[in-house]
Write a protein of this length. Structure first.
Length: 271
């Protein structure tokens, strides 16, 4: 189930939105921009895809890698997981979300410049249960990769990074071919040697994924109607995506035989 709220005016109002929605079991996804003719509007979007409830904290954005690592370690030890960054009311804030009794460990590494270097690192981290949350994230003047490990579950992550196909049909075929092998599409990304699409598999289970691409909508009411229609069919949101043809689509997925982090709806460029 999905909901959309009008954007909060400032940090305090946004935190009130987060915790009011979280108490009802709705997790923040991202802001979505709608364009209708000359009119542009924005909405905060939330999803309820399980029985958990959520508590949020907003902290100041760390100034450098060391401060970010310290913040992650302190919050993770309290059971608050990193949920991305957000700009509200002229301020940049870092979101943390608590949802159960798990605690979280984080590893920050210098972002890899090549796809081969990233895959080597990500698969080594994944073998130890660390999920890559961002191949490259700017902290101060340094770009880092962010990895997260939960204290519960036995996930072991495997990554692949094929090139993006040249046609819409081939892209969907790649999504679904990878999904049938248990690889969940995460995000497009460009390294210095090449660009491609990042996929991740939890090798501790035999999940499968299927994907669909639907036409975009131009206001929050239509977005909610579409998202909830898809949600009622067991389809989770990935987000807006520019297809190889240049046409925008909204990507949804369905997970089979799946438990854990990869089953959840998530923002295409965040948590």
């Amino acid at each position: 189930m999905y909901e959309a709220l009008s954007p909060a005016a400032d940090k305090d109002a946004f935190l009130n939105h987060l915790n009011a929605e979280g108490a009802r079991g709705f997790r923040f996804l991202t802001a979505v921009v709608f364009v209708s003719g000359q009119s542009v509007s924005t909405a905060e979007t939330y999803v309820k895809d399980g029985t958990a409830s959520y508590v949020y904290e907003l902290l100041d954005t760390p100034a450098n890698r060391s401060a970010f690592q310290s913040q992650l370690d302190a919050q993770g030890a309290r059971g608050f997981r990193w949920a991305g960054s957000y700009a509200v009311g002229g301020a940049n804030v870092t979101l943390y979300r608590k949802e159960d009794s798990s605690t979280y460990s984080y590893a920050l590494t210098a972002a890899q410049s090549s796809s081969a270097g990233f895959l080597q690192e990500a698969n080594a981290q994944g073998a130890n249960g660390y999920l890559n949350l961002a191949p490259g994230f700017l902290v101060g003047t340094e770009t880092v990769a962010i990895y997260e490990k939960s204290s519960t579950g036995g996930a072991r992550y495997v990554y692949e990074f094929p090139s993006s196909p040249g046609s819409d049909a081939d892209l969907l075929a790649q999504f679904n071919g990878q999904g049938a092998r248990g690889f969940r599409f995460r995000t497009p990304y460009s390294f210095t040697d090449r660009g491609g699409l990042l996929y991740v598999q939890d090798g501790s289970q035999s999940a499968t994924f299927s994907f669909s691409a639907l036409d975009p909508v131009d206001n929050s009411a239509k977005w909610i109607e579409l998202a909830n229609t898809q949600g009622a069919q067991g389809h989770g949101l990935i987000g807006d995506y520019m297809m190889p043809s240049g046409q925008a689509k909204i990507i949804f997925f369905a997970a089979g035989n799946c438990a854990g982090e990869l089953c959840n709806s998530a923002s295409l460029f965040g948590r």
